[in-house]
Design a protein around this ligand. Structure first.
Ligand SMILES: Nc1nc2c(ncn2[C@@H]2O[C@H](COP(=O)(O)OP(=O)(O)OP(=O)(O)O)[C@@H](O)[C@H]2O)c(=O)[nH]1
Ligand SMILES: [Mg+2]
Length: 464
């Protein structure tokens, strides 16, 4: 090695302590050299007109970035929580905020899901009305007949959304149970990559084009039925059902309320529509997002979205290792609801029990914990309508005001305490109040989550 080479040869008879100090100094010098060179080259590149040398520098920097990316530990984020807590909706928020072009590229796929949500809910309403105590009226029979093609829409869209080898969407049972959430549920099996079905099917040949044609047929049927859907929803029979206590508070209610727009042939889903579309997750779905905005531009973050039903929870643990952040969603509005898989269990109690199990996990010991107290909007409307939180949650002092502020403070305190007592090691907990269907409220929360995760990455790569 020549005298000018770097690093210089170590001194003879170097002690172990001196060697360790020298290696640490070399490592730090290399890091500073990398950061400074990158900065200076980039500045030179930005201020000078483009020339072949700049292009060369650019290529070298890009190559270096690629190399770094290859060796950079992957950023893994796990979303947990009971069914319908809003995990998949949070994934959509991340995508919308950090990878907007990929979010908007999937609009067409979401249209099919929204049409399925709408058709299923209307078919469910027709079924409930045909079994109502009052007995079907003549007007209703007319509507039922004119809306019967919606069964066909449901079948077509279900088939088109399902991968050939792995059905993801379950059609309505012949005799649906009289609870709206289970009668209208549409599922997705993790790993099927269902969103690419449009692109894939367009790119291949005749069978594929037939599927696209089928979806066009479904849209035409919906368009032809839209006025009748509006008439059905406005009909006195539906109001009577509600007065009699039928459970029509369902995610798809939004789509039937907007049926004139959603069923129109020219319909393109808005961001709000996509955030409201419901597709139950079965198994574990992996999402790889290449960040388009903010500090981590170009970095790949991997999200794991799990199915939240009780039967799905056994498969969660295999995803616990090497996770940077665990985001837990607790839907606060579930305080007066029961689990659809076990009608004897209150949803909020289930969420709290699940939280304790997750906090106790040693495999998640080093993960950053983020708790989202979700569905704040639904909680607000329930409390405003006079539903008393204290009637359902025993430890909540009934003397306290029945407001979102009091209730969320109570839930936050309980869950923070569980985290403090049961965590295997001391760690920080970040808590946010959220409404995952309102992107304007979510941006501050998403930024704050991003910052927390970035700090975790820096800690892990020992730059801090
Ligand atoms: N009103 C309201 N609806 C929400 C909120 N968050 C999610 N939702 C809706 O709740 C429904 C269920 O949300 P998902 O994100 O599918 O729930 P999930 O946790 O992924 O459920 P599983 O896949 O069954 O585990 C969807 O229709 C969402 O649009 C919220 O804050 N407020
Ligand atoms: Mg889901």
């Amino acid at each position: 090695m020549s005298e000018r080479s770097w690093p210089p040869l170590p001194p003879k008879n170097e002690s172990e302590a001196d060697k360790a100090a020298r290696l640490a100094a070399e490592k730090e010098a290399k890091r500073i050299r990398y950061v400074c060179t990158g900065f200076l080259l980039r500045r030179a590149f930005l201020t000078c007109p483009r020339d072949p040398v700049s292009d060369e520098i650019d290529r070298a920097l890009e190559q270096e970035r690629q190399e770094l990316r290859k060796h950079r530990p992957q950023t893994k984020i796990l979303l947990l929580g009971q069914a319908e807590s809003g995990k998949s909706t949070m994934i959509k928020n991340f995508q919308l905020y950090f990878c907007p072009s990929s979010f908007h590229a999937e609009t067409e796929a979401w249209r099919a899901v929204i049409h399925l949500n709408l058709a299923r809910f209307v078919n469910y309403l027709l079924h409930v009305l045909s079994n109502a105590n009052t007995g079907p009226t003549r007007d209703y029979r007319m509507l039922q007949m004119r809306l019967s093609p919606l069964k066909q829409v449901e079948l077509i869209v279900t088939r088109c959304l399902s991968a050939e080898s792995c059905p993801i969407a379950t059609p309505t049972e012949d005799k649906p149970v009289l609870r709206s959430e289970s009668a209208t549920e549409v599922s997705i099996r993790g790993g099927t990559g269902w969103k690419s079905f449009m692109r894939r099917r367009r790119g291949s040949q005749s069978k594929v084009l037939a599927n696209v044609d089928d979806l066009e047929d479904a849209r035409r049927i919906l368009d032809a039925c839209k006025e009748d859907i509006v008439a059905l929803w406005k009909s006195p029979a539906i109001r009577v059902l509600e007065e009699e206590g039928a459970d029509l508070h369902h995610h798809a209610r939004y789509f039937v309320e907007h049926a004139a727009r959603v069923a129109d042939i020219k319909y393109t889903p808005t961001t709000d529509d996509i955030l409201r579309a419901r597709l139950r997750t079965v198994g574990v779905e992996e999402y790889r997002m290449t960040m388009e905005t903010a500090a981590e531009k170009g970095a790949e973050w991997v999200f794991y979205d799990v199915g939240g039903q009780r039967s799905q929870r056994v498969s969660w643990a295999s995803y616990f290792e090497d996770v940077n952040a665990m985001i837990f969603l607790c839907p606060m509005s579930g305080f007066n609801q029961r689990l659809s898989e076990d009608r004897s269990v209150n949803r909020l109690y289930d969420s709290m029990e699940l939280w304790e199990t997750v906090c106790r996990s040693k495999l998640l010991g080093k993960a950053t914990f983020i708790l989202l107290l979700n569905k704040a909007d639904l909680l607000r409307s329930k409390l405003r309508a006079g539903v008393q939180f204290g009637d359902y949650i025993m430890n909540f002092d009934r003397e306290r005001p029945n407001t979102v502020e009091e209730v969320s403070t109570y839930i936050r305190k309980e869950m923070t305490e569980v985290h403090r007592v049961y965590s295997p090691q001391k760690r920080q907990l970040h808590v946010h109040l959220t409404c995952a269907i309102d992107p304007s409220l979510m941006s501050a929360v998403l930024n704050s989550i991003r910052d927390v995760i970035l700090v975790d990455i820096l800690h892990r790569t020992t730059l801090l």
